[in-house]
Design a protein around this ligand. Structure first.
Ligand SMILES: [Fe+2]
Ligand SMILES: [Fe+2]
Length: 188
């Protein structure tokens, strides 16, 4: 049977508010998206022993959660390296912008630069590129994020938690924060 354009248009139609809530709302929407991006990254072909981006994100988020970090940082960590091939830190930050504090947004935006500090194969000038942000109020937290969670999370032997473990945190965070009074809507 040949399908009409109207059939496709009906399928592609954005759900109205009631349908959206019936499907699990914003929390479920973001977890499904996160799960799809993790699966996409898991399909990368890498040499044996190297972690794919999703495995690295899971390990960094596991470390952040075990260190007692707030839900928004754990959720952001699960997303922080899923967009390789684009300007990955800026892309992840824009996705998270409506939901997270200015500090967490800044960490995601700048982690790529701060990570260079932990790469011994770079020149001193490259490793110290983060110094241009020394006067930012978020410098120390971003440095801590990289030192404690991001840089160590390429360890194939670490006891990393599976994505499903983070489902309740992710769903509650995205469902709850978007309409919160303090939700960010401005620039950062
Ligand atoms: Fe990164
Ligand atoms: Fe990373």
């Amino acid at each position: 049977m040949i399908r009409s354009l109207e059939d496709y248009t009906e399928e592609l139609r954005a759900p109205d508010e009631a349908e959206f809530e019936a499907r699990g709302g914003l929390g479920r929407y973001y977890f499904d998206f996160l799960e799809a991006m993790h699966a996409f990254n898991r399909a990368q072909k890498l040499p044996t022993g190297l972690l794919t981006n999703d495995e690295h994100c899971l390990q960094a988020a596991t470390r952040a959660e075990r260190a007692g970090e707030p839900a928004e940082l754990v959720a952001a960590t699960l997303f922080h390296d899923l967009f390789d091939g684009w300007n990955h830190d800026a892309f992840a930050a824009e996705l998270l912008r409506p939901f997270v504090s200015e500090e967490t947004l800044w960490i995601v935006q700048h982690h790529g630069t701060f990570q260079k500090f932990h790469k011994p194969d770079l020149t001193d000038e490259q490793r110290n590129e983060r110094e241009r942000y020394r006067n930012s109020p978020h410098f120390d937290r971003c440095a801590e994020f990289c030192a404690s969670y991001d840089a160590p999370s390429f360890d194939a032997d670490y006891d990393t938690l599976p994505l499903e473990h983070f489902r309740p945190l992710v769903e509650a965070f995205f469902a709850g924060s978007y309409f919160a009074e303090n939700a960010r809507t401005g620039t950062g």
